[in-house]
Design a binder for this molecule. Structure first.
Ligand code: KG4
Ligand code: ZN
Length: 344
């Protein structure tokens, strides 16, 4: 079965072709440069850019996969959550394709696709659901930070999420205070490599609280006050590197500690992580190291699949078709607030 998949929920336009668990093509066009000028994603610009790029990218994906449009057996798109104008482009294009070709359309929940992305591995990427096991999953992106108990394939329960800023948002906002371009997460990761993480002591929010929720806005505020009182540090590159390392270490410590604590409490011995922030080198290293020392199996999304991409949408859609014959109506609306917990 060949599935054509669209992802247009935020600032990446992506189209993938998936067949029998294999990602044959996963073309991604990032709009980062377009939005960098404004310091964040401008929804109207994102929608217009998706509209301009989606069809050329779809043609490129089909060509790369060497699959003809009439060989596509199902079409999937991210239906939510996301920016309304952006979601609309991918969902309506997928529904139009499904209608014209008389194929089923599958609306996919974006975080559910991230949730199963750690089970896609290799070159070319291929789903490895044969080794699936129950896990606690950390989804960390620019817009969301979530802990999820994945009890079985396609059976999951949201344990907790951020009550304010997401981890990626915290990286980006702290980066802005330091004067780094958007998105600052990758830059902080790079600068922190040569910094001293113990140089400055920032709060570890909600680290000791018994629930699985996160909060990162207090950390950002404490960096703001720190820089108000120590603005001279910004002109000193070694101090900036120390600052990046110290902030990164606070964010990562909270993410890692709360993930392992939830897994221990639930008696789960596998931990997975996905989303843009799961590219972070310290986060990956700490998850792997803690997993090894405490006897957990760790599966991190492949670096090429951490940020938004249609490959993970197509893999989940194909799995849903195989396991539960799931399909959505051709006139279903976008669901900009669709939560992983099920509410639409
Ligand atoms: O999943 P994603 O591509 O988009 C959303 O759905 O939000 O995640 C983007 C986020 C941005 O906040 C970016 O700064 C962060 O992921 N990010 C990183 C790294 N790479 C991307 N944060 C920390 N370290 C990184 N290496
Ligand atoms: Zn995402």
């Amino acid at each position: 079965m060949a599935v054509l998949a669209f992802e247009t929920s935020c600032d990446e336009t992506s189209v993938a072709v998936v067949r029998q668990g294999r990602v044959l093509a996963n073309v991604i066009s990032s709009q980062i440069r377009l939005h960098a000028e404004y310091g964040g994603v401008v929804p109207e610009l994102a929608a217009r850019e998706h509209l301009r790029n989606l069809l050329p990218i779809a043609r490129e994906a089909l060509r790369e996969a060497q699959v003809r449009p009439d060989a596509i057996e199902a079409v999937a798109a991210t239906q939510g959550p996301g920016l309304p104008g952006a979601l609309l482009i991918g969902v309506k294009a997928a529904q139009a394709f499904a209608y014209a070709q008389r194929r089923p359309f599958l609306g996919i929940q974006h975080h559910e696709a991230h949730l199963y992305s750690p089970w896609i591995c290799g070159r070319p990427p291929q789903a490895d659901f044969a080794s699936f096991e129950p896990n606690v999953s950390l989804i960390v992106s620019g817009g969301h930070t979530m802990l999820v108990h994945v009890e079985g394939e396609l059976q999951h329960r949201l344990l907790g999420s951020t009550v304010d800023d997401a981890a990626g948002e915290c990286f980006d906002k702290v980066g802005k205070l330091i004067g780094l371009p958007y998105p600052a997460g990758p830059q902080i990761d790079r600068l922190a490599q040569e910094g001293n993480a113990k140089a400055y002591d920032f709060p570890r929010p909600m680290l000791r609280e018994p629930h699985d929720d996160f909060s990162f806005s207090g950390l950002k505020t404490s960096v703001r006050y720190f820089l108000r009182d120590n603005s001279h540090l910004l002109g000193n590159p070694p101090a900036v590197r120390d600052l990046c390392a110290s902030v990164q270490s606070a964010i990562v410590e909270v993410l890692v500690a709360k993930t392992f604590r939830a897994a221990r409490r639930l008696g789960v011995s596998c931990i997975t992580a996905s989303g843009g922030v799961s590219c972070n080198r310290l986060l990956r290293a700490q998850l792997n190291a803690t997993g090894q020392s405490k006897g957990f199996r760790i599966r991190l999304a492949d670096l090429s699949l951490c940020t938004d991409n249609a490959g993970m949408i197509g893999i989940l859609a194909e799995r849903k078709l195989a396991l539960c014959d799931y399909a959505s109506a051709l006139d279903e609306d976008i669901l900009p607030n669709w939560s992983l917990a099920g509410s639409r």
